[in-house]
Design a protein around this ligand. Structure first.
Ligand SMILES: Nc1nc2c(ncn2[C@@H]2O[C@H](COP(=O)(O)OP(=O)(O)OP(=O)(O)O)[C@@H](O)[C@H]2O)c(=O)[nH]1
Ligand SMILES: Nc1nc2c(ncn2[C@@H]2O[C@H](COP(=O)(O)OP(=O)(O)OP(=O)(O)O)[C@@H](O)[C@H]2O)c(=O)[nH]1
Ligand SMILES: [Mg+2]
Ligand SMILES: [Mg+2]
Lengths: 293, 277
């Protein structure tokens, strides 16, 4: 683990003097290695290390910590600071129905997460949701949302795969108004951030429905591509938040740091399982520890 | 990146950065660049273009060492068990594989072994319709191993050439879910005189270094016989597979390059390497 590697670097330094240029170089090399192994993007690692170097250099070695622990503390604190506040809630401050749009790459967990969020809002805040699938492409996508919506105890708009997603979205909004629902969730089809037509489709839907939240659902095991993906979705849609899915595995989750770094948008929730209860508010300190490994 | 530059330490560093940002992973990137550095010395390479060729060659050799030509199915029906973590593209890939083998004149049956996820059976049924392949299924919540067992019996008695079994996505760290797959493996292994079936692990090209943990666990638990890399039509290059093929000596059977039935290609190491450089 990083702590062991750093203790190795500093084994001659215990309890004396300060963290010097030389032993900082070696220590930072280990931190760089840990972050890259955790899938943090190379450019993000470089900028992060530069920051940590400033923070840590010249610090007096504390008696209560080994130098290795001290470096970890600086790195950990810096990670947490970048990751942002814990538990930023969904923004629901508008006339109902508030529109929440779920976007992201194929298979990232949008449909499942939509139902999880709706269930959470119902159970904890007594907010009623209407779910609408705009996925006219994937076989049985609408059936999937209908099933998980039913499981979550919320209504699902009956869309059809031969319709245009823009029309379905507008009809669903009408239905949510008539039905008096607090929130309308739009579950969109997975798409590549470089598919211009499909990204345009999202822009069109945004323009038509003016969602208060546009949430990027990203897989915790995403590698270096996380930067490119997040940047594209953010540039075209100005996303309002991120949900990191499948954090119940052993992926280090460096994508979280990359995404946060390149978009500046808050990570609001973590997907923690396949069932509808598998959703937790974002914990920056827990994710930071996991990335460091 | 290489054009018009002199071959120096800075160039090697930039090349290493290129590998890292293509998900090769730190360890593999360093090892590849070290090999390039050594061979460029020995072979006295002066032109940058020759360096690009050398880099391509070094990566290609690592991929080719684990590639073996696919063999005809040892028995009838051939059986492919498709496994992998959640959302990587197993069900879609099965639809594509069915189309591919039908195109070669084989009769294909599908087993709806994902008895857990919402609308998983419906999704596979629709794929079955597209290539005119029967889908054996039971209702949601039934036992996956029993569905696959029934499908295997049906494929044998009806003389099908190939049975492809879908399974629910699962994270490799979930012991009870991996036990379910081991049970399916045993069930397939004991039927008739069959002792060999393919176990193909599907990996998403956007996955980073966690692919190592996925392959290790699935391989330790099941004996993986092939890999499929999906979503290579995106911007992710799937560089992690270079380190994987080295570490586990597993062949890559196919790649997925889109969401339609035809978007499947047999793995070609040369084309794959082209995608990087
Ligand atoms: N273990 C785990 N699995 C998850 C989590 N979130 C989603 N999944 C699973 O991931 C797979 C994909 O989820 P979907 O909700 O279908 O993903 P999607 O983004 O809607 O997929 P597309 O619509 O095809 O783009 C399913 O097997 C889900 O059960 C999570 O937090 N943990
Ligand atoms: N762009 C692209 N999308 C793909 C590819 N393969 C699969 N997909 C998409 O990825 C998403 C998930 O595919 P599935 O086949 O449902 O994945 P799965 O592994 O069966 O998912 P679970 O059963 O939930 O674990 C769907 O939206 C597919 O259309 C590919 O090669 N390229
Ligand atoms: Mg979906
Ligand atoms: Mg599936």
């Amino acid at each position: 683990a990083l702590s062991d590697r750093l203790d190795q670097v500093f084994k001659t330094l215990k309890g004396q003097g300060s963290l010097s240029e030389k032993n900082m170089e070696d220590a930072l090399r280990e931190v760089r290695r840990a972050l890259l192994e955790a899938d943090v993007h190379l450019s993000v690692v470089k900028s992060f290390i530069a920051k940590v170097k400033d923070e840590a250099s010249g610090q007096k070695v504390l008696n209560s910590l080994t130098p290795g622990q001290q470096v970890i503390k600086v790195v950990h604190d810096e990670l947490v600071a970048i990751m942002g506040e814990r538990n930023e809630q969904l923004n629901l401050a508008a006339q109902p129905p508030v529109v929440v749009m779920m976007v992201g790459l194929q298979g990232s967990g949008k449909t499942t997460t939509t139902a999880k969020l709706a269930k959470r809002l119902l159970d904890r805040h007594q907010k009623k949701s209407l779910l609408a699938s705009l996925d006219v492409y994937r076989p049985a996508a609408m059936e999937q949302l209908a099933t998980v919506g039913r499981e979550a105890g919320v209504d699902v708009f009956p869309g059809r795969p031969d319709a245009d997603p823009r029309d379905i979205a507008q009809q669903a909004l009408e239905a949510a108004r008539r039905g008096g629902q607090d929130i309308l969730f739009l579950d969109t089809a997975g798409r590549l951030h470089v598919d211009d037509d499909l990204m345009q489709e999202l822009e069109d839907i945004k323009k038509l429905l003016d969602p208060l939240e546009i949430l990027l659902v990203a897989d915790a095991m995403t590698g270096q591509d996380a930067v490119g993906i997040a940047r594209r979705f953010n540039e075209r849609l100005d996303i309002t938040g991120v949900i990191l899915s499948k954090t119940d595995g052993d992926a280090r989750g460096g994508a979280a740091l990359s995404i946060r770094h390149v978009t500046g948008k808050p990570i609001k929730f973590l997907g923690t399982g396949e069932t509808l209860s598998g959703l937790e508010p974002f914990h920056p300190d827990r994710i930071a520890s996991r990335i460091l490994g | 990146l290489i054009k018009g530059r002199r071959i120096d330490e800075e160039l090697f560093e930039d090349l290493e950065g290129l590998l890292i940002t293509s998900d090769f992973g730190l360890e593999t990137s360093v090892a590849i660049i070290e090999e390039v550095r050594q061979r460029h010395h020995r072979e006295m390479i002066k032109q940058p273009e020759m360096l690009r060729q050398l880099l391509r060659q070094v990566v290609l050799e690592r991929l080719q060492s684990s590639q073996v030509d696919p063999q005809p199915w040892p028995e009838k029906p051939g059986v492919i068990l498709v496994v992998g973590v959640n959302g990587v593209g197993k069900t879609t890939t099965i639809g594509k594989l069915a189309h591919y083998y039908r195109g070669q004149g084989q009769s294909v049956m599908l087993a709806a072994g994902d008895t857990f996820r919402a609308a998983a059976v419906e999704q596979l049924r629709l794929w079955g319709q597209r290539c005119d392949c029967p889908v054996i299924a039971q209702q949601q919540g039934s036992d996956s191993a029993s569905v696959i067992y029934d499908a295997h019996n049906a494929a044998m008695s009806r003389g099908f050439d190939l049975l492809i079994a879908d399974t629910a996505g699962r994270l490799h760290t979930k012991v009870n879910l991996m036990e379910e797959l081991k049970k399916i493996n045993r069930v397939l292994g004991r039927q008739g005189s069959r002792t060999t079936h393919e176990v193909w692990l599907v990996l998403d090209a956007t996955t980073g270094q966690n692919a190592h943990s996925q392959v290790k666990r699935f391989h330790d638990d099941l004996g993986v016989t092939g890999l499929i890399i999906t979503k290579l039509d995106g911007t992710a290059k799937g560089g992690v597979v270079v380190g994987l093929t080295q570490a586990f000596n597993l062949p890559i059977r196919f790649i997925g390059v889109g969401e339609a039935m035809e978007d499947l290609r047999p793995f070609d190491p040369e084309q794959f390497v082209e995608g990087f450089f």
